[in-house]
Design a protein around this ligand. Structure first.
Ligand code: NAD
Length: 394
């Protein structure tokens, strides 16, 4: 290699962070300049945001400063929002007017919330996609409880989570654990609180066995969660949430966790996409622009049965590692490796002490403390892997 190449990485979530670290491990600063662009100054552990939203962990535990993670690694960080991506001219522009040319671009911008065009939903709901949004939910919940003491308005103590996937169920579990304490603090009777999980399909968490799903439902019901299943939210008008059967719930707190979609910037930048997510070859290069690599939720990867893998943190992490290695290989003219994901299973926390999971190749089922501990261990493993532990100050 003669001239120094420039790798620009958009996004510092699981895919972007690991792409940067993995590329830097293999390429010297003389060989490659690496610039990571991210809209926040931290790498956010989004699989733990439900705990922050319920006030169960500190922000420091889920938002690791990029300056510390990249310290001494010759990786430039630019905090800013991407405005446009022009893969034909190899140019990226940020909202603040900065622009970058590149030899190789990594798109790792993650996913966006999908509101499915439901009237009033976007305008009247919270989402849980960043530490800032989690903080907002937490502050709002506490404020509504305080307000209720005076208002006695039932909407102030009615909390609705829309969507019973992993995000919604983990959040409702955390809130079920914490709300009784916050009610005591605010001088509110917990009996007055209604905590709903609304799900369009007949069941929450369809990726688990019926037995584990029942276990989750029972555990959450015992802590006061009310399930409304087979009932999509069809409209939100101010504080009134309408369900498919026509019934309404009045709430001042609706958190929407009903689904994700590919990133708009990636979907519209001119690279080949499949239903809004970038199409990639086996080496995780864009099929239309081989100098663009993809890591994480903004790409779609198909399994051997032809079905797309769900966009998960473990997949994004593994994609990022391979992208860094394949970029180094492409610079050196050596062989790139095909993506061969390893699935360690799925774990769902159901509050501080409970959880369910199906782990390992055979999907061994876990419930209760073992699942909860395994989930914590999997987070700790990730943090130690990215060398993040030193950046934490609990
Ligand atoms: P999701 O798409 O997995 O779940 C959304 C849920 O909302 C679905 O059950 C859907 O039926 C429901 N829904 C859709 N429209 C609705 C409506 N109008 N009214 C009521 N319910 C409606 O979304 P997610 O939970 O945010 O997860 C996104 C991705 O992230 C998934 O691939 C998931 O596996 C991953 N994830 C993983 C973890 C973990 O491993 N612990 C945690 C969070 C997210």
């Amino acid at each position: 290699m003669s001239k120094q190449k420039h790798i620009v990485i958009l996004g510092a979530g699981y895919g972007g962070l690991l792409s940067a670290l993995s590329a830097r491990e293999r390429l010297t600063a003389e060989e490659a300049k690496i610039t990571v662009v991210n809209k926040f100054d931290s790498h956010q552990i989004i699989t733990e945001l439900h705990r922050l939203a319920a006030g169960n962990v500190s922000e420091k535990a889920v938002a690791l400063p990029l300056s510390k993670l990249f310290k001494g690694k010759a990786i430039d960080v630019k905090i800013g929002a991407v405005e446009s991506i022009d893969p034909d001219n190899r140019k990226v522009a940020l909202e603040d007017g900065t622009s970058y040319g590149y030899d190789v671009l990594v798109l790792a911008l993650g996913s966006e919330t999908n509101f499915f065009g439901i009237p009033g939903l976007k305008e009247n709901s919270f989402t849980l996609k960043s530490a800032a949004e989690a903080n907002r939910i937490f502050a709002h919940v506490k404020e509504r409880l305080r307000a209720y003491r005076v208002s006695k308005n039932k909407a102030d103590v009615t909390f609705v989570i829309g969507g019973g996937g992993l995000t919604g169920t983990e959040l409702v579990g955390e809130l079920a654990d914490e709300l009784p304490g916050y009610c005591r603090e605010a001088g509110v009777d917990f009996e007055d609180v209604s905590l709903y999980l609304v799900e369009a399909m007949p069941t929450i968490l369809p990726m688990f066995s019926p037995e584990l799903i029942q276990r989750a439902v029972t555990s959450l019901e015992n802590r006061g969660v009310k399930f409304l299943t087979s009932l999509p939210i069809t409209e939100v008008n101010g504080s009134v949430v309408t369900l498919k059967d026509g019934r309404t719930i009045e709430t001042n707190t609706l958190v929407w966790t009903g689904g994700v979609q590919g990133h708009t910037l990636v979907a519209n930048c001119g690279i080949e996409v499949n239903r809004g997510r970038a199409s990639v070859n086996e080496y995780l290069q864009s099929v239309s622009h081989p100098d663009v690599f993809l890591a994480g939720d903004c790409a779609v990867v198909f399994g051997p049965e032809g079905r797309p893998y769900p966009p998960t943190a473990q997949l994004a992490w593994q994609m990022g590692e391979l992208v860094g290695a394949n970029i180094a290989a492409s610079f050196r003219g050596t062989s790139m490796r095909p993506f061969a994901p390893v699935f360690s299973g799925t774990l769902a926390s159901l509050g501080r002490k409970d959880g369910i999971g199906a782990v390992g190749e055979n999907g061994i089922e876990l419930k209760g403390a073992p699942a909860s501990l395994m989930k914590k261990a999997s987070n700790a493993r990730y943090l130690s892997h990215i060398d993040g532990l030193f950046a934490l100050a609990y």
